[in-house]
Write a new protein. Structure first.
Length: 539
């Protein structure tokens, strides 16, 4: 079977550009706002970045930059000369609080110097159920990985980005293929087997299933958490211990839970963030193979030179010595090339004191280090999140995300089509890259080197790996839709109600087909899907 694969891009940049122009506001109206600015430093005067600075009474917050400075804006209509509290919090430091007087049109400066707190007794944990609790009162072990740490890993799979970031959290990437799945375990005294933690996205459980490896004879498959754009993640909270069951139910069990909190819009001017990266990958090492002896047995050549002749399975690469004048081939390395990954992401956010928005789009194209087009993974994502304060004590948050992925792989199993085992069984003087031969240019393998004009069904023994890479089709396409709505109502000072409704749907379509002259099966196709709808109410 000869293919000319074409790669579709269902979420093209033209669509993204049109979407941006349609929804991004031209500006945020302001009436003589009051500006609160300042700098946050450590005990030795060093600038502290990623500090959460909040005006408590107004619920307006932001983060410090690399130089430790922050800038918050409050509409002048809300500033009537009153005193308000400004707090600064950072994990590993004691929280700082100051009081400022806000007047319309004024600029107020409030600096902070935070003292180190190695015990971190003042850390507040926000759970997936929407509750907040001090860390020392929470009956479970927790750890947090922030967005900056995730971004610095430059990983396209957010699960793999957690590798080495949290104690006792183990990640295992299935292979070096493009789009390969990554498994994760939170180790503990009762952690046995291969159970993985529950994945929570903004309070809603989502799928992290990995489908297709058994059906596709070892072909790489992607775990569903890889559908998430890492640039959309604000932080990942890792919950350990059986106490996570009380928050997320019995499905968490002793395996724990991973809570993903996504980025949201903030009051202030519209901000744009564009990131574009390109990385290259090469195999660390290849399998060494002998290149002295040709095909045969006990030093005797197989002498297969006629049309449709076949070499017995008893003849492996231990025939006579190969003369120096005969070229040899490194079958352990010739299937590899330099892989390339191109990752582009764009986000836009902004809003005012009542309404905020966050929009992001991303495009990932990953070509693995196996030659040809059968080691490829693509991911396209679009996400829109917004919040609106209807009343002083009533806020609605919503988010919707669309993901489309496509991955192409090759047979890696212990079969006549597996490219790895087929490559290593070839004699060194057989040129596998000339995978078509004979009078009719049919599939040519080392055990069937001279195919005749009608040799479509003759057994090739083990398929030529280059024939498999150019004629077998192992392809998977996934469409996924995630969304949630959150309502936060505080009818009384001592009572707050948090209600969340969310859903996760994904459909997975996989195709597995062999070339016409392959020694394997003919074709197979499978479809799978899953959906989750979750609702929680937390007083």
């Amino acid at each position: 079977m000869t293919r000319n694969p074409s790669v579709s891009r269902p979420l093209g940049w033209a669509f993204f550009a049109a979407l941006l122009l349609a929804i991004v506001p031209a500006g945020v109206a302001a009436q003589e706002p009051v500006t609160v600015t300042g700098k946050v430093t450590g005990a030795n005067g060093e600038a502290l970045r990623d500090v959460n600075v909040t005006i408590v009474e107004f619920g307006v917050g932001g983060w410090t930059g690399a130089d430790g400075t922050y800038r918050l804006s409050v509409p002048g209509a809300r500033a009537q000369g009153q005193q308000v509290r400004v707090s600064a919090r950072l994990i590993g430091f004691r929280a700082g609080t100051g009081t400022v007087t806000v007047t319309a049109g004024a600029t107020v400066e409030q600096n902070f110097q935070l003292a180190a707190d190695p015990l971190r007794l003042d850390v507040v944990v926000v759970t997936g159920a929407g509750t907040q609790e001090r860390r020392e009162r929470l009956a479970t072990a927790t750890a947090t990985v922030d967005s900056g740490t995730i971004a610095r890993t430059n990983e396209t799979n957010v699960i793999q980005a957690l590798a080495g970031k949290v104690p006792n959290v183990l990640t295992n990437q299935g292979s070096g293929d493009a789009g390969a799945s990554t498994a994760i375990q939170i180790r503990g005294p009762k952690t046995f087997g291969t159970s993985q933690p529950v994945i929570i996205l903004d309070g809603v459980p989502i799928s992290n299933a990995t489908r297709g490896q058994a059906v596709l004879s070892g072909a790489p498959a992607t775990n569903r958490a890889a559908d998430i754009n890492p640039d959309d993640i604000e932080a990942v909270d890792v919950l350990k211990g059986a106490a996570s069951t009380s928050i997320y139910g019995a499905s968490a069990g002793s395996a724990g839970a991973l809570e993903f909190r996504t980025k949201r819009g903030h009051a202030g001017p519209t901000t744009y963030n564009l990131r574009s990266t390109i990385t290259f990958d090469d195999p660390v090492r290849t399998v060494p193979v002998q290149r002295k002896y040709g095909v045969g047995s006990l030093g005797v050549s197989s002498n297969c030179t006629t049309v449709n002749c076949s070499i017995s399975s008893n003849f492996f690469s231990w025939g006579p010595l190969i003369p120096d004048s005969v070229p040899t081939y490194d079958h352990g390395a010739e299937m590899f090339e330099t892989g390339r990954t191109v990752d582009n992401a764009l986000s836009v956010s902004g809003g005012n004191e009542r309404t905020t928005f966050y929009l992001s789009v991303s495009e990932l194209n990953q070509d693995g280090f196996i030659v040809g087009n059968q080691d490829r993974y693509e991911r396209y994502t679009a996400r829109l999140a917004g919040s609106h304060t209807l009343f002083e004590n009533f806020t609605v948050n919503a988010s919707v995300q669309v993901v489309q992925t496509k991955n192409m792989g090759s047979d890696r199993g212990n079969s006549v089509n597996g490219i790895g085992i087929s490559a290593l069984r070839q004699p060194p003087d057989f040129n596998a890259q000339q995978y078509l031969g004979g009078p009719s240019a049919l599939h040519r393998s080392w055990r069937f080197p001279n195919p005749g004009p009608t040799a479509f069904t003759n057994n090739r023994g083990f398929d030529n790996p280059f024939y498999a890479l150019n004629n077998d089709l192992l392809q998977g396409q996934t469409g996924r839709y995630l969304g949630n709505v959150n309502v936060n109502w505080k009818p009384l000072d001592w009572l707050a109600v948090n209600w969340t409704l969310g859903g996760d749907y994904n459909g997975d379509d996989r195709t597995y087909a062999y070339g016409q002259a392959s020694s394997g099966q003919s074709a197979a196709r499978s479809s799978a899907g899953s959906s989750t709808i979750a609702c929680s109410i937390t007083p």
